[in-house]
Write a protein that binds this ligand. Structure first.
Ligand SMILES: *Cc1c(COP(=O)(O)O)cnc(C)c1O
Length: 329
């Protein structure tokens, strides 16, 4: 595999810490639980999109872009980190956000405003359906526009998680640890595709288990097919001779509840337990749901007390403030 010619713009602080959560593990009666702290990537309160943006913004700069567009939900962590990356490089940034402008901005949206980006409200179109018109408009105005894909989940975004897996491998082997499962929130597929490929390239025995966050009812192709295809395209990008099939994908749909961003008892308990045993903040949309899923799989015996689990913390805590009225803690 050869990808060191692919441009990469440094945006975060790496490696992120790998820590053991002994008090959370004890509260659950086992298993051993480690956490990869990608909530600490350093860019504008951190998160997994920082890794993806290093490759995606690297590509934008190589193509001479002066204007960045991306899309997401009003509380998108991806949009917040993109806005910060653009600001740090003097690029103009446009965000196409689902919903309507709220009376007062909070959480990630407040941070988007602080980073000085242009916000376009798109109603029900939270996945960038309105981007083509905006590209045309900005191009006609003389801008050199680069569109960052939804959630940063292109081959370049997934490649960042092959690199992240390599980073984890170095930390893991130093402490002579082996993980039976790597559990994380999955929603646009880049994190999962990259970790799957990394796991394969490093001959790791871990099960890469994404917890599906989003029902994906507006997607054109089912999320599992999308993620598999992305893993295969990423393998191709770096010349790795791997073909994944449906049997290689572990995407758990059991915890989508009432859909994207709808906080229930599962998320509330996971956020409270992790905060109160470890002093670590999860978020209401992604990591709260993924940790809730992990806790449930431990309680129902799908993950055994003798297993050794890595929970990949993908960030998101800035959204807690915007969800203050939905949290019951
Ligand atoms: C975007 C995001 C995810 C999901 O990562 P994907 O690569 O889009 O699947 C998980 N957690 C947080 C906090 C995120 O912002």
């Amino acid at each position: 595999m050869e990808y060191h010619h692919i441009p990469r713009e440094p945006l975060g602080f790496f490696p992120t810490p790998l820590i053991e959560l002994t008090r959370l593990s004890h509260a659950l009666g086992g298993p051993t639980i480690f956490m990869k702290r990608d909530d600490q990537t350093g860019l504008a309160l951190g998160g997994n999109k920082t890794r993806k943006l290093e490759f995606i913004i690297g590509d934008a700069l190589a193509k001479g872009a002066d204007t960045i567009i991306t899309a997401g939900a009003a509380q998108s962590n991806h949009c917040r980190q993109t806005a910060a990356a653009a600001a740090s490089l003097g690029l103009e940034c446009h965000l196409v956000l689902g919903g309507q402008a709220p009376a007062a901005a909070n959480g990630n949206l407040l941070l988007d405003q602080i980073f000085g980006c242009h916000i376009h409200w798109a109603g029900a179109h939270r996945k960038g359906e309105d981007i083509p018109q905006l590209v045309e408009q900005l191009t006609n105005a003389g801008k050199n526009v680069y569109v960052v894909p939804y959630g940063g989940s292109s081959e370049l975004g997934a490649l960042a998680f092959v690199e992240a897996f390599k980073e984890l491998e170095a930390q893991r082997s130093e402490i002579h640890e082996t993980f039976t499962h790597i559990v994380f929130a999955s929603s646009s597929g880049g994190t999962q595709a990259g970790l799957m490929l990394g796991n394969r390239l490093f001959d790791s025995p871990s099960q890469i288990m994404g917890i599906n966050i989003d029902k994906g009812e507006t997607d054109q192709i089912p999320f599992d097919e999308y993620t598999l295809a992305l893993a295969n395209r990423t393998a191709e990008l770096i010349g790795a001779d791997h073909q994944f099939t449906a049997a290689d994908l572990c995407l758990n749909d059991d915890y989508v509840g009432d859909g994207y961003g709808v906080v229930g008892a599962l998320e509330n308990e996971a956020i409270a337990l992790t905060a109160q045993t470890e002093g670590i903040l999860l978020d209401p949309v992604y990591t709260g749901r993924a940790m809730g899923g992990l806790i449930d799989m431990i309680r129902t015996g799908k993950i055994k007390h003798t297993d050794r689990v890595l929970f990949w913390h993908t960030g998101g805590a800035p959204a807690l403030f915007a969800y203050a009225n939905d949290l019951r803690i």
